[in-house]
Design a protein around this ligand. Structure first.
Ligand SMILES: NC(=O)c1ccc[n+]([C@@H]2O[C@H](COP(=O)([O-])OP(=O)(O)OC[C@H]3O[C@@H](n4cnc5c(N)ncnc54)[C@H](OP(=O)(O)O)[C@@H]3O)[C@@H](O)[C@H]2O)c1
Length: 282
């Protein structure tokens, strides 16, 4: 494909875990060029600067990964979370009206009482992060051509080294810190490279509405920790058992298992379970 005729897709949050995986992915559809936007290049909260860049580059689509993505940060500063997660998204949704937009949302829009969750299930977030994502989803879906992708916890190597759940665990173990992991809180972990491949494919097939993209295997936090430890006895000795029922602080959904059948049907390929994916990389 001649570069002159290629369509351009902005990738926001390109300095983050999933954004950087998108930029490195071999799944970029033919005929598309990805333009990664990191915070140092463009502050997305500066609506004037975003609009100016949009007018200059005339991108054809956007995969919007930038966010205040840590639940604790959002809980501590709900105002900033709304700006990052809702207002920035509203601005982009306006600019990309009538063009493909893929918005990254989360399994934490659910309260954990009704798993497995299909795309049409009732949302009921338990924390500020999930609330901002529900609000942003509504804004994005006002355009019937836009897509919301809800994902679960992602495993990968982020440019800052502190965004993948595996990176958080590895940092703790490196300093000898013990991790007490919930034996009764369930997630569907997925490799960020798999999420990236799925996002490019969903853009390619023109998916709209809501799609769930997560690992095919439901695992407890404790099981996930053991898998990340990978049989290393020193790491395993630093994993303790905890119960979400005894947890004090921000409420946490106990089981956010996502039904991924719509994604698999649209994409034409299977999403692997976490263990299967890990086995494939070792
Ligand atoms: N990773 C997961 O497990 C997971 C699970 C469910 C949903 N998601 C969602 O998927 C998306 C991508 O997640 P991720 O893990 O890749 O997040 P991430 O690693 O935290 O990356 C987000 C990036 O967005 C940037 N950003 C935030 N506000 C910005 C702004 N105003 N202007 C420019 N850049 C800005 C951040 O920069 P700073 O670091 O400088 O703030 C960061 O580089 C997010 O929407 C997240 O909520 C992720």
């Amino acid at each position: 494909m001649n570069g002159m005729n290629a369509r351009t897709c902005w990738v926001t949050g390109a300095g983050g875990l999933i954004g950087s995986a998108l930029m490195a992915s071999r799944g970029l559809p033919r005929g598309w060029v990805a333009v990664g936007l990191g915070r140092r290049m463009l502050d997305l909260a500066d609506a004037g600067a975003v609009a100016a860049r949009f007018r200059e580059e005339r991108p054809d689509a956007v995969i919007h990964c930038a966010a205040m993505s840590r639940t604790g940060d959002c809980q501590r500063d709900p105002g900033a979370a709304r700006v990052s997660n809702v207002e920035v998204t509203r601005g982009l949704a306006g600019l990309f009206e009538g063009k493909p937009m893929v918005f990254l949302s989360t399994d934490l829009v659910f309260d954990g009482e009704g798993a497995p969750y299909g795309e049409g299930a009732r949302t009921n977030p338990l924390m500020v992060y999930g609330e901002t994502k529900v609000e942003a989803e509504r804004v994005v879906l006002e355009d019937p051509g836009h897509l919301v992708v809800r994902t679960s916890i992602n495993h990968g190597r982020s440019p800052t080294g502190d965004r993948g759940f595996n990176e958080e665990m590895e940092r703790a173990w490196a300093t000898g810190r013990r991790l007490d992991l919930f034996v009764d809180e369930y997630r569907c972990p997925i490799g960020a490279e798999v999420t990236a491949r799925a996002l490019w494919r969903l853009l390619e097939v023109g998916a709209t509405g809501i799609v769930h993209v997560a690992g095919a295997q439901r695992l407890s936090r404790w099981e996930i920790g053991r898998l990340v430890a990978g049989g290393d006895a020193r790491r395993e000795a630093l994993i303790g058992e905890a119960s979400v029922r005894a947890h004090v602080g921000m409420r946490r959904p106990a089981d956010t298992t996502l039904d991924i059948r719509r994604a698999q049907g649209l994409m034409g390929f299977e999403l692997p379970g976490y263990e299967e994916w890990l086995r494939g990389r070792r």
